[in-house]
Design a protein around this ligand. Structure first.
Ligand code: FAD
Length: 578
């Protein structure tokens, strides 16, 4: 089928829906491979940051400072200013659209503490996270979905986008496979937006949903668009031991503490001011240091998250979902027992490079690709730099999703549909038919498992040259094996084996860019910790990496882009202490 819209948005998570809601009056299609309310945004637990100052004094500039410092100064500072200033208004927009936030006694939006968010430029924790129990993302997504339906957005659910269409350096549509029928469709548009989320399934221990396979990043990358700062991948300190399912930082925001096998609340020793509410990169590393020193529980690779002192009422009322997770996955009762946790793959700080209007930019000179937008976890406007603060992703979705929507609204008024390239579906049809035709005998599940083991072992919280080189060799081999994946299911309708095999291709490419960036960046900054280069090196590495695809895993080309600063001494890079 051929469809024509003003705007095509790929992804129905927070970023995609926030953009769709801004486009009243335009013809808008939202394509999503899962049902909209099953997007990973719905799993967000802890909250969304904005300096409302409802319980105690707060300012957007304090929030900006925390964001820049939390990101270990790799943040593009003008973007962080936009994020933190506009957060306040974006939260009120959601409130007015009906998001049921928790309330203070006097009826205002309640706020709680989260890692790395401080008052007065680092003095101590501040209440900045707006929340709806530990189901903030769920509420956000439901609210937005209802609003989008009201706005007559046309949803194409369970459509897997395979390709981005470009013509003469301009975006003009996408090609998608309808999962139900296996048919290929062309969507012709004046503006295309990717809001496809992250790629946390590249690791085995992960907090991410099955759909987080890096589709949008890989599709753009295949079309010659670079991926920025892919080595900056966040590992959340508190994943359920051995599974990775997340126990939100809200648990520590409410007063939970990490405990080692000597009964010590060890974060007090490492970070005397913020303690358990230090940023995630630091807390994850501290857990590993405890484990290396033999202070993991039973000498193993995990520690405890202790909530017992909070009491049953706080635990049941403010942390109901994660309490259930601990009970269901571990058989542990958080009211009376400490919960086994370990760091888990969580969030991509890197992604498709964009400017503050969510326009995709393709080189170090910030050249935009007309008609192509990205926002949310798939994008790198670089408000998170080398490490994202908790609750700063949801706010990124709503601020930059909204900006994308507003800019597209303007753009489609001023432009007409660019012609489609000749044979727009040829790449996608060949991708699918090659998979069906393959007799190579390899299994996608086996390749995915080998990839995840390698990423868990060598591209985790700590990295070094030797491990990364080995990971790259493994990846080269896996890419080659991938060309021989053979499907057992040859049917066209609802062929989930085919979908998973295609997604695996995306995951391999995101991993390739991640390893290249990690190998090149010979310093430690934020989430990227190199045991062989343990210090931050601003003289050589205060810059973003841009990875451009080559023919094989080893052929990736890297370029570099300056970090953008604002003219204010408060934001000059310094050593990070908490
Ligand atoms: C367990 C968990 C808890 C979290 N808690 C918080 C929190 O409390 N606060 C916070 O700020 N952040 C939190 N985060 C991070 C935050 O939730 C995510 O970064 C954010 O929701 C991503 O939103 P998104 O709109 O970019 O993408 P997603 O919500 O991941 O949505 C992606 C969309 O793209 C679609 N899609 C992808 N590929 C394709 C394709 N090829 N074709 C068609 N459609 C496609 C999917 O169907 C989906 O609709 C959490 C993350 C996790 C995993």
């Amino acid at each position: 089928m051929y469809y024509k819209f003003d705007v095509v948005i790929v992804g129905a998570g927070g970023a995609g829906l926030m953009a769709a809601m801004q486009l009243e009056g335009a013809s808008v299609a939202v394509l999503t491979k899962v049902y909209p309310t099953r997007s990973h945004t719905g799993a967000a637990q802890g909250g969304v940051a904005a300096a409302l100052g409802n319980q105690e004094e707060d300012h957007w500039k304090w929030h900006m400072y925390d964001t820049v410092k939390g990101g270990d100064y790799l943040v593009d500072q003008p973007a962080a200013e936009v994020l933190t200033r506009e957060a306040i208004d974006a939260i009120y927009e959601l409130e007015h659209r009906g998001l049921p936030f928790n309330r203070t006694a006097d009826g205002r939006i309640d706020q709680r503490r989260f890692g790395g968010h401080t008052r007065n430029f680092g003095e101590g924790p501040v209440r900045r996270s707006c929340y709806a129990a530990d189901r903030t993302g769920h509420m956000l997504l439901q609210t937005m979905y209802q609003s989008s339906i009201k706005n007559q957005v046309r949803f194409f659910n369970e459509y897997l986008v395979l390709d981005l269409l470009l013509n003469n350096g301009q975006a003009c549509g996408v090609v998608a496979m309808e999962i139900r029928t296996g048919e290929i469709h062309t969507f012709h548009a004046k503006a295309v937006m990717f809001a496809t989320g992250g790629y946390g399934r590249a690791w085995r221990i992960t907090s991410n949903a099955f759909a987080c396979m890096g589709d949008g990043m890989a599709i753009a990358y295949r079309r010659g668009i670079p991926l920025e700062d892919m080595e900056m991948y966040q590992f959340h300190p508190t994943g359920i031991y051995k599974v990775g399912v997340l126990l939100s930082e809200a648990a520590r925001g409410e007063g939970g503490k990490l405990l080692n096998n000597e009964g010590e609340y060890f974060m007090e020793r490492y970070m005397p001011t913020l303690k358990d509410l230090a940023p995630r990169d630091i807390v994850s590393r501290c857990i590993l240091q405890e484990v290396h020193a033999g202070r993991g529980i039973d000498g193993k690779d995990y520690v405890y998250l202790d909530l017992r002192h909070l009491g049953a009422k706080v635990i049941e009322e403010k942390l109901p979902d994660i309490t259930d997770f601990a009970r269901n996955y571990l058989g542990v009762e958080p009211i009376t027992e400490p919960v086994p946790i370990q760091p888990t793959a969580h969030y991509a700080m890197g992604g498709i490079p964009t400017d503050i209007d969510a326009r995709v930019v393709i080189d170090p000179q910030w050249t935009p690709l007309p008609g192509f937008y990205a926002a949310g976890e798939v994008a790198c406007v670089s408000v998170h730099g080398a490490n994202r603060l908790g609750t700063n992703s949801l706010v990124d979705l709503i601020v930059f999703g909204r900006r994308a929507g507003k800019h597209m609204a303007k753009f489609i008024k001023e432009s007409s549909h660019a012609p489609l390239p000749p044979e727009p579906e040829s790449y996608s049809r060949e991708l699918v038919s090659t998979m069906f035709a393959s007799t190579g005998g390899e299994s996608a599940a086996r390749i995915r498992s080998a990839l995840q083991n390698e990423m868990d072992e060598k591209v985790f919280v700590e990295r070094d040259e030797k491990g990364l080189q080995e990971a790259l060799d493994t990846l080269d081999r896996l890419q080659d094996t991938y060309t021989r994946v053979q499907l057992q299911d040859k049917g066209k309708k609802f062929n989930t084996e085919l979908v998973e095999a295609i997604e695996l291709g995306f995951l391999l490419e995101c991993s390739e860019a991640t390893i290249h960036g990690a190998l090149a960046r010979q310093e430690s900054r934020g989430a990227h910790y190199r045991t062989d280069y343990p210090h931050r090196d601003d003289a050589n590495w205060l810059k973003h990496t841009l990875a451009y695809k080559g023919a094989k895993a080893h052929d990736v080309r890297l370029d570099f882009k300056d970090v953008q600063m604002v003219d204010d001494p408060v934001f000059v890079p310094k050593e990070r202490k908490y």
